[in-house]
Design a protein around this ligand. Sequence first.
Ligand SMILES: [Zn+2]
Ligand SMILES: [Zn+2]
Length: 358
Amino acid sequence: MENSAIAEHPMKAIGWAAHDTTGHLSPFHFSRRETGENDVRFKVMYCGICHSDVHMVKNEWGSTIYPVVPGHEIVGLVTEIGTNVQKFKIGDRVGVGSMVGSCHSCQLCDSNLENYCSKMILIFGAKYLDGTITYGGYSDFMVADEHFIVRIPDNLPLDASAPLLCAGITVYSPLKYYGLDKPGMNIGVVGLGGLGHVAVKFAKAMGANVTVISTSPNKKKEALESLGADSFLVSRQEDQMQSAMGTMDGIIDTVSAQHPLQPLIGLLKPNGKLVMVGITDKPLELPILPLITGRKLIGGSGIGGMKETQEMIDFAAKHNITADIEVISIDYVNTAVERLLKADVKYRFVIDVANTLK
Ligand SMILES: [Zn+2]
Ligand SMILES: [Zn+2]
């Protein structure tokens, strides 16, 4: 079974895959389709390591198809284009994020919200319409429909812009959709990891006063000095939280661990919005009374459509926003995953695929 799924396409590829729920990654030979008429093929230069990669390789969401080649923050250089491709040419700097397909005909797709299409195809561990398996960016090259490819502007470094394709769009999209992008707004960012640190940068570039809310007081200096946040709250210190009650227009909550929502709802002004973008493993307790008495809203958001993803990258280029990264060799990937699980990275690992995947 496994082998028939592997040897379906003419183009030989190499990547790093997990074969079971241990999530251990090792070199893996597979194949990709030839460049179709609407396809762009590109050499992978860098690929970020996102927490979702780890959930998927361990099958924590129950949907993983093994062997799985993770990676959904992928950037590289175009090596071949299909005959119908309009937007890209050989040598262009491009990227692909979490999606490689959608139905293109539903109301959501028509509204540039392919990310919410029920037929959306994930970049790895899923199936194309023809039944073959999708493989992600911990691999030597990618091929995808040009609709799902974005252009990386020349002034953005490829390595540090790779994480924008998931972490960046995951925080940019809710800031826009929930109207939290107006200059002068008070915006909170909960959690200072891969998502949180870029949320601070985007919100600052939109003109917000940004407060980082974290359990660790030792992140204060960095939040204020290197990331440019305006203030910092230690969520476990009640006096600090109390002093900021009712001050925020919106909060982007990036935390995936269990945590109380009540104090965050308390930070919001009336009509304020708390947006969840971290995927928690268990349901959180949601107090309703403070929502009702302040007409507050709690919402969610997941990545963004392709039009908005390009808009986010162009915004990042204009404001010089990139992720803070630690570039690693692919041989280091299992160690990197262990360190990521301990939040021992500032703030994103990015694999130097082109120089280290042989
Ligand atoms: Zn991700
Ligand atoms: Zn659709």
